[in-house]
Ligand binder design. Structure first.
Ligand code: HEC
Ligand code: HEC
Ligand code: HEC
Ligand code: HEC
Ligand code: HEC
Length: 703
């Protein structure tokens, strides 16, 4: 305890305001990343709770007790107690199974890393450094009220990069206006209304401090959000108008207050249930509706020996035989970050596709056994991180993470295309009934089995008993998890226009590997003929411009960018990005830098804007400009390998390099063994070779 306080005093003074000092001076570096003229920006390392970056001061014992607030904020407390935040600690069996294993392998002190985000009440009082007894209420506390409502400063680092100053809550006499005002002021520190509050815990990274030899990025909802139109970043694509929204805007909507909460406005309070995807904690309508607004699924076309045709044409065929293919498209339409988000390695959201003949018999299918069995034809939207042997780490033992090799979750408003293939031995008779589904279960069967086993132990039972004694019904990780139908598509019932279907397909195909990029072009051509407005055409033009840029065809890319500009003149940043990429691809750096400057203006929260600008400026010899751009980017992504590299190169050439700047770059570089480990995975793990493709090809089963 004394150590904590000491460090806090060093870092921030003990009053209520934190002095503005550049991080160098304190060595703690949790202050706002201050851009000091000429000084580089280095990733911060945290303080007393290292490897967690959180700093606490004040009466941390007060974190334990949400009942303090319940007498006046009963509705907020009621919604919070059903949230994943209330279940973030050791009473959460999924977390406990993994963190216990971590503590066994890496020791208690390193587990502060986990507890910084999952167990504030425990870590802030030294509890994470000891064995944890099931009866310890701190191990059941979760993210309590005073964590968020006492966070007085955050940085973009992640791993709990926040300063939590737990002063007197100044509980008011509700009839006394000045007391109420003081209480409100106390409870609304500046970061509360910012997504950066959420981002401190919703961005994580692994490194030497937990035994991973180099930097590996983890959860990053905040980073993905910043790149998106929801955050006002318009550099990624021309999109239809989308309302801006913060984390709390989507996850804490106003709900009816039925218990007389004093903070209700017009009878409503902001829901603290932060519904996302955790159906096993509560399979509530609210959770399911978050999931069903997330994404769409579509099967726009099929291929026979005669080539591609609209799926409806295929469905009406009398007979088919031989080689068939179907394109399935998932679009992230409602998620302000990648979908699925959060711990992307742990996700179990998969695609099912079924083709039935005229008699209703299944001709071909894929993914349909995944709910209950191992099904190699199931495609799962998730990220794959390999361990040092090239095996996918699927139990979230993050200290074994070595090389993040591919991520098949979908960025905000982006699309994923997957090709399904089958060879029919005999003829099949139509008309055909074709269905596709996107289904969600919070954890995979394998992960559940692992957690269930850990739960059916004396320790697991002791936690359940203690939960009940603390007045909370435990969750059971052994019962089968709910499965949510996120989206469904049935041939002939789709109300989507031809243009939209082709647009989403082209968007998905535009992520393909170089050799297959041209496959998107006929789709774009058909899409243009189906477009009803110049804006819709412009959306397609820009996709084609990006493809041309990736292929190094400068003139063609510029032609499409110009065309897009005519149809969508208000989308300068996205259009400039295609121009910048096209120039960069052929090493015309002056023009690229000019274009990327325009991107950064239209998407200033998107770190990639600054990364591209820094690189282009560096390549023209504008080292000061490159340095300035890298600083802007590093305030958003302090551990971005490319930005750290640009910073290092620029300072070196300006004769201002330091060993720390070089070291920061070297520490965060992409791991060299990545490609070797990926090859090993491709050779020896089923599905690895397939899923590494941005547009995977999936073999269907016949019956
Ligand atoms: C004795 C009653 C009481 C208790 C206990 C209490 N509050 Fe309050 N709180 C109030 C009143 C009254 C208001 C002002 C409501 C209004 O008029 O908007 C308020 C307002 C707030 C607000 C600002 C709401 C806004 O206007 O946006 C927050 C946040 C808050 N309280 C958090 C807490 C937390 C966290 C706790 C527990 C540590 C707590 N309160 C305990 C009475 C209380
Ligand atoms: C435009 C609305 C929107 C915004 C903005 C948004 N989210 Fe979400 N979020 C969703 C939806 C819808 C889901 C459910 C689908 C899913 O699981 O991805 C979700 C899911 C999640 C999940 C659970 C992920 C999983 O699958 O396990 C987390 C964690 C999360 N959001 C955190 C955040 C944070 C942190 C921010 C701000 C940086 C944020 N969200 C911003 C809509 C949003
Ligand atoms: C994960 C962070 C987090 C936690 C944990 C949290 N809050 Fe909040 N709280 C917020 C945010 C964000 C807001 C909305 C701020 C804004 O935009 O006005 C808020 C708003 C409030 C409000 C005002 C509600 C309204 O409708 O205006 C009250 C009261 C409140 N919180 C009380 C609590 C209490 C009591 C708890 C514990 C049961 C709690 N909070 C836990 C983040 C949190
Ligand atoms: C102190 C760290 C911390 C802060 C601050 C924080 N979160 Fe979380 N959040 C977590 C942890 C840990 C979990 C995972 C809990 C679990 O399932 O074990 C989580 C889970 C979630 C989920 C997933 C819920 C689900 O049903 O899948 C959402 C959504 C979410 N948080 C939103 C937010 C938002 C919005 C904010 C800011 C207002 C925020 N969080 C701030 C730590 C934090
Ligand atoms: C930077 C903050 C942060 C750190 C550090 C962190 N987590 Fe998490 N963890 C989260 C968030 C946020 C989620 C919820 C994501 C979602 O809903 O998909 C989560 C979810 C989980 C889950 C899934 C829980 C569930 O209810 O399904 C497990 C298991 C987990 N974390 C284990 C760990 C372990 C073990 C460590 C340490 C080795 C750790 N985490 C470190 C933020 C963190």
């Amino acid at each position: 305890m004394r150590r904590l306080l000491m460090l806090f005093i060093l870092g921030s003074g003990c009053g209520d305001s934190l002095p503005e000092r550049p991080e160098k001076e304190t060595g703690l570096g949790l202050e706002e990343p201050m851009v000091v003229e000429g000084a580089p920006l280095l990733p911060t390392m945290g303080g007393a709770l290292h490897p967690s970056l959180t700093l606490y001061s004040g009466d941390t014992a007060a974190l334990l007790n949400p009942n303090v607030c319940a007498s006046c904020h009963e509705d907020v407390v009621a919604t919070w107690s059903r949230s994943a935040h209330a279940r973030a600690s050791f009473d959460n069996p999924w977390y406990r199974a993994v963190v216990d294993a971590f503590r066994e392998e890496r020791g208690f002190e390193e587990s502060r890393f986990c507890s910084g985000c999952h167990d504030p009440a425990l870590v802030s009082t030294g509890g994470a450094d000891q064995a944890i007894s099931p009866q310890d209420p701190r191990a059941h506390a979760g993210i309590t009220c005073l964590v968020c409502h006492s966070t007085v400063r955050t940085t973009a680092d992640g791993n709990g990069s926040m300063v939590v100053d737990i002063r007197d809550p100044l509980l008011p006499d509700p009839a006394n206006p000045s007391q109420v005002a003081a209480h409100r002021e106390r409870m609304r520190p500046e970061p509360l209304e910012t997504p950066e509050l959420c981002g401190s815990c919703h961005r994580s990274f692994m490194g030497q401090s937990i035994g991973v030899p180099h930097h590996v990025g983890g959860v990053d909802d905040i980073g993905a959000w910043r790149t998106s139109v929801y955050a006002g970043s318009h550099g990624r694509r021309i999109d239809e108008p989308v309302e801006e929204a913060t984390c709390s805007g989507c996850h804490m909507p106003p709900v009816d207050a039925t218990r007389g909460d004093v903070a209700a406005t017009d009878g409503q309070i902001l829901a603290h249930s932060v519904r996302g995807a955790h159906t096993p904690i509560e399979n509530a309508e609210e959770t399911r509706s978050m999931l069903t607004r997330a994404a769409t699924i579509d099967v726009p076309r099929a291929r026979t020996a005669e080539g591609w045709e609209p799926i409806e044409t295929f469905a009406e065929r009398r007979t088919v035989r031989g080689d068939l293919a179907f394109d399935v498209v998932i679009r992230n339409v409602g998620v302000g970050h990648r979908f699925p988000g959060g711990t992307r390695d742990l996700q179990d959201t998969w695609i099912e596709l079924t083709i039935r003949d005229a008699g209703g018999r299944v001709v071909a299918e894929a993914g349909t056994n995944h709910a209950t069995d191992d099904d190699p034809s199931a495609f799962v939207l998730r990220a794959t991180v390999l361990d040092s042997e090239g095996r996918p780490e699927r139990r979230h033992r993050v200290h074994r993470f070595h090389a993040p090799v591919f991520d098949r979750s979908i960025p905000p408003r982006d699309a994923l295309a997957a090709r399904y293939e089958v060879t029919l031995e005999g003829p099949a008779r139509g008309p055909f009934q074709i269905e596709a589904r996107l289904r969600h279960r919070r954890h995979s069967r394998d992960f559940q089995a692992f957690v269930c086993e850990a739960h059916r132990t004396p320790r697991g039972r002791a936690f359940d008993r203690a939960s009940r004694e603390l007045g909370r019904e435990p969750v059971d990780p052994c019962s089968p998890e709910p499965i949510t139908e996120i989206a469904e598509w049935i041939v002939g019932t789709s109300e989507r226009t031809t243009w939209r279907r082709l647009h989403d397909l082209a968007l998905g195909l535009s992520h393909s590997v170089q050799e297959r990029l041209d496959e998107a072009r006929p789709v774009l051509r058909d899409g243009r003929s189906a477009a009803e407005t110049p804006f819709q055409r412009a959306m397609l033009d820009l996709i084609e411009g990006r493809i041309a840029a990736r292929q190094g065809r400068l003139d063609e890319a510029l032609h499409f960018a110009d065309a897009a500009e005519r149809g969508a003149p208000d989308h300068a940043a996205a259009i400039a990005r295609v121009r910048g990429e096209a120039y960069a691809q052929v090493w015309q750096w002056e023009s690229a830098a000019e274009a990327f400057a325009e991107v950064a203006e239209g998407a200033p929260r998107d770190a990639a804007s600054w990364r591209d600008l820094a690189r282009a400026r560096g390549s023209t010899g504008d080292d000061e400009g490159a340095f300035r751009a890298s600083l802007r980017g590093l305030t958003l992504r302090p551990r971005d390998a490319d930005l750290l590299r640009s910073q290092h190169l620029a300072l070196d050439r300006l004769d201002a390099g330091t060993p720390e700047v070089r070291e920061a770059f070297l520490m965060h570089r992409t791991v060299d063994e990545g490609p070797t480990l990926l090859r090993r995975c491709q050779r020896s793990v089923e599905g690895c070779d397939r899923d590494r493709q941005p547009v995977p090809t999936i073999q269907m089963r016949t019956r």
